[in-house]
Design a protein around this ligand. Structure first.
Ligand SMILES: NC(=O)c1ccc[n+]([C@@H]2O[C@H](COP(=O)([O-])OP(=O)(O)OC[C@H]3O[C@@H](n4cnc5c(N)ncnc54)[C@H](O)[C@@H]3O)[C@@H](O)[C@H]2O)c1
Length: 276
């Protein structure tokens, strides 16, 4: 039996979002695991040892197509890690977090090898996706970036928080795509992190406030590190996860499970955090 249980040695992988935070950590670890890592982001990556770096703006279909062409060839795994918090304009949030990521993935699909895998970072913020399927079907029914943005602008009030909408869409897309992709021997999964200690956390602090963030950090007494979020992504896209597809994996130190079973009560946790 090989000791390379994750199986990344020699694999050709693409990491979208490796300027900072989780994507930077994922790219660095994948380089260390012996993968041929092609990095992409709207900003340059500090990661050493990348096979290539391509500037891609997920808001722009032309930039997306050019990025796929610049890397070229076939790939084994896509890591879709880029994201924007809701301090940015709503139509940009839904574009980067879902419409652009979906378009990027669709452009790659003809070039993903059998046995390949796709993972996207969603969020615990999208955990109620099953309760909003009719609205999500309307939003996701827009096949391209331009029509999806137009739908959001026309329905912003009904759609609510753009970050939540985008992450609910990622969860739904992941699970709806899995059966057809499995027929081509390609897996697709996503993770739902609780707050991560990355540059984005300051934006969430502005929107949600300290009490809400502290409540989400209570499970382990701290926020997760970018590495603690990168490793589950690496696991899900690895050979060790060959029978896992269509999963939205909470990476939250037990928070989602506690909330789902009523052991934890988020309103009570926020009130306690606000009280000191
Ligand atoms: N930080 C948190 O608390 C938290 C919690 C749950 C989920 N997430 C998700 O984790 C993922 C990684 O975020 P992070 O926390 O590492 O933050 P981060 O800000 O460090 O990383 C986000 C990355 O997305 C890139 N990006 C932004 N706009 C882009 C565009 N138009 N095209 C291409 N790339 C673009 C940024 O340059 C950056 O490298 C995101 O999808 C985010 O929504 C974060």
């Amino acid at each position: 039996m090989s000791t390379d249980i994750l199986g990344y040695r020699g694999k050709r992988v693409v990491v979208m979002g490796c300027f900072s935070g989780t994507g930077e950590a994922a790219a660095r670890t994948l380089v260390a695991l012996g993968a041929e890592v092609h990095g992409c982001d709207i900003k340059p990556s500090p990661v050493e040892g990348l096979a290539s770096f391509t500037t891609v703006d997920l808001k722009d279909p032309t930039s997306i197509a050019a990025g796929v062409a610049a890397i070229g060839g076939e790939v084994d795994a896509l890591f879709n890690i880029s994201g924007l918090p809701q301090t940015f304009p709503g139509e940009d949030v839904v574009t980067v977090n879902f419409l652009g990521i979906r378009h990027w993935t669709e452009c790659w699909l003809p070039h993903i090898r059998k046995g390949g895998a796709i993972v996207t970072v969603s969020s615990l913020g999208g955990m109620n996706y099953l309760a909003r399927q009719p609205l999500l079907a309307e939003f996701m029914g827009n096949a391209d970036i331009a029509s999806g943005r137009a739908w959001f602008n026309a329905n912003a009030e009904r759609a609510g928080d753009p970050y939540t909408l985008s992450k609910e869409a990622v969860n739904t897309w992941t699970q709806k795509s899995a059966p057809a992709l499995m027929e081509r021997d390609i897996r697709i999964n996503c993770t739902m992190p609780s707050p991560i200690d990355t540059p984005m956390l300051n934006d969430f602090r502005k929107v949600a406030g300290d009490a809400v963030l502290s409540a989400f950090a209570k499970a382990k007494g701290r926020f997760s590190s970018p590495e603690e979020q990168a490793l589950p992504l690496i696991l899900l896209n690895s050979d060790a996860a060959s029978f896992i597809s269509g999963v939205c994996l909470p990476v939250d130190a037990g928070l989602a499970g506690g909330l789902a079973t009523g052991v934890l009560n988020i309103q009570q946790m926020i009130a306690e955090a606000a009280g000191g």
